[in-house]
Design a protein around this ligand. Structure first.
Ligand SMILES: Cc1cc2nc3c(=O)[nH]c(=O)nc-3n(C[C@H](O)[C@H](O)[C@H](O)COP(=O)(O)OP(=O)(O)OC[C@H]3O[C@@H](n4cnc5c(N)ncnc54)[C@H](O)[C@@H]3O)c2cc1C
Length: 472
């Protein structure tokens, strides 16, 4: 029997999509930069069906591309060129299996969207703190597989911190039930960790036990104008010194990024002119606590010292949402206006100002016709450094220069003691960075892990780890 017939028999006809139109949305990545055909798309509904599909594909040596919401920014969840691959979408596995408000945990299936998890937590007066622009579409399995960050990492940590247990289907079709709700468990290797941030290379996550937090009782949010990145860092440091872990969000938005965002939110307009902007939020979790005073105090001092040039504190939930919407609109606005050569770098916090200055100098010197769009999670040392084509021209006009631009930006980040991919991962887009910046020892360890768990290389072929002979 051929594989499609076997998959249909095991999962049901409707769970296997073969028509080009049906497959299309699963084959192109979010930025529409990669688009290669899959043999078919399978949409299992249960962990047993995932295991059955994996076994059937494995028996035929067919590669499997796990896919969540397909919002990843490095084309990790879509097929590679010229390969035999089946896309396995977790979109139909969207049950919340249970919530425990004593343990403060929630067990959710991989296909549940981030927004649905946030809402389910809120419905039992708890907080799930991961928040990012694609939260309406990104799914828990994808978020865990990319160890997603978002805008509140500086206080709550990335997805890795939120995961207490996992259920995973392995390349041989075995199911590992590691759905423990434990905060302490030193019984050998902490196996869940190898699947977090593994981009579907080692296992297919089918469910997770997530950590919940007390709800936020009050928030104080401000948009602060500064002259440059130096002022932005000074504001960040003052807020952190005053508020500590209560500083739950601290984003940097250079002026061009803010202009892009303002053009793409409903009723959008530049809030006030400034060289650059800091979006910051303080959150309290205790009854009666109020963060307004702390925020006002820091901002008054920053304005008086000339570190901040302007500042607005949100006076209502609506004003807060508008401020956050501006930040979230930056990537969308950039895409609508033709896209950019995107980078997602991390540097030590102390190196942020020097890095931004060096990037401005680099673009001015080597790519003066291009437009620099820089924004990101300043409190985590994570900057999105995006280079847009000249005004009125498409991204295609940059041609081969794109490769050199990326090499230059990545080299610069690494030279500052940083990373060339902070939160987006590697997928099929950042393999050059792996070749250029990972040591032979690191690559050797990654290959050894991959071989041990997936000796036939079935899961996500052509992603994350460059072939051995390419880096020898
Ligand atoms: C507008 C926008 C804003 C964003 N902002 C942020 C941000 O602030 N921070 C951030 O970190 N990211 C951000 N991202 C990137 C993206 O949202 C995250 O990487 C997200 O975690 C991807 O989730 P997904 O469900 O869409 O995964 P997909 O894109 O479907 O897949 C991502 C990777 O995980 C693998 N995978 C998916 N599901 C599973 C599974 N169940 N088991 C095993 N492997 C799996 C895929 O094979 C792929 O390698 C943003 C993206 C967009 C479009």
């Amino acid at each position: 029997m051929d594989l499609i017939t076997e998959l249909r028999a095991a999962l049901g006809g409707k769970a296997v999509l073969t028509g080009a139109a049906d497959r299309a949305g699963f084959e192109a990545d979010w930025r529409r930069l990669y688009n290669y055909p899959a043999l078919c798309v399978v949409l299992p509904e249960t962990v047993e069906q995932v295991a059955a599909a994996v076994k059937l594909c494995g028996a035929k040596g067919m590669g499997i591309v796990p896919q969540g919401g397909n919002t990843g920014l490095v084309a990790g969840g879509v097929p590679v060129a010229g390969g035999d691959q089946v896309v396995l979408s977790l979109a139909r596995m969207r049950r919340i299996r249970g919530t425990d408000t004593v343990s403060d945990t929630m067990i959710v299936e991989a296909g549940v969207t981030l927004v649905a998890v946030q809402e389910a937590a809120a419905s039992v007066q708890r907080l799930f703190p991961v928040s990012l622009g694609a939260e309406g579409t990104a799914q828990i399995g994808g978020l865990i597989s990319t160890n997603a960050g978002g805008v509140q990492v500086l206080s709550y940590g990335s997805m890795r911190v939120q995961v207490l247990g996992l259920e995973v289907v392995l390349p041989d079709g075995a199911v590992w039930n590691g759905l423990r709700a434990l905060r302490k468990d030193n019984t050998g290797f902490d196996l869940k960790q190898i699947f977090i941030g593994a981009e579907g290379m080692l296992g297919i996550i089918t469910a997770a036990c997530l950590r919940l937090y007390p709800p936020v009782t009050s928030q104080a949010t401000a948009l602060v104008g500064v002259a440059s990145i130096t002022g932005a860092m000074a504001v960040f440091q003052a807020l952190r010194a005053r508020a500590g872990a209560a500083l739950t969000l601290c984003e940097f938005i250079a002026r061009p990024a803010m202009e892009l965002a303002a053009a793409h939110v409903p009723a959008g307009r530049l809030p006030f002119p400034a060289g650059a902007y800091v979006l910051a939020e303080l959150s309290a979790h205790g009854p009666g606590e109020n963060m307004d005073g702390a925020l006002e105090e820091v901002l008054a001092a920053a304005l008086e010292a000339g570190v901040a040039t302007d500042a607005v504190i949100a006076q209502s939930g609506r004003e807060r949402a508008d401020m956050l919407a501006l930040r979230e609109a930056v990537p969308e606005g950039e895409l609508k206006e033709g896209g950019a050569v995107k980078h997602d770098i991390a540097v030590p916090l102390g190196a942020i100002p020097a890095t931004v200055v060096a990037i401005e100098e680099l673009v001015g010197r080597k790519y003066p016709d291009c437009r620099l769009n820089i924004f990101g999670h300043m409190g985590d040392g994570n900057l999105h450094v995006n280079i847009r084509p000249p005004v009125g021209q498409s991204l295609a006009v940059l041609g081969d220069r794109k490769v050199q631009i990326t090499r230059d930006v990545e080299d610069l980040a690494v030279a500052q003691g940083g990373s060339f991919s902070a939160e987006h991962g590697i997928g099929q887009m950042r393999l050059d960075g792996m070749r250029a910046h990972k040591s032979a020892v690191e690559l050797g360890l990654m290959r050894a892990l991959k071989r041990a768990i997936d000796p036939a290389g079935l899961f996500n072929p052509g992603k994350m780890i460059p072939e051995e002979d390419e880096t020898a």
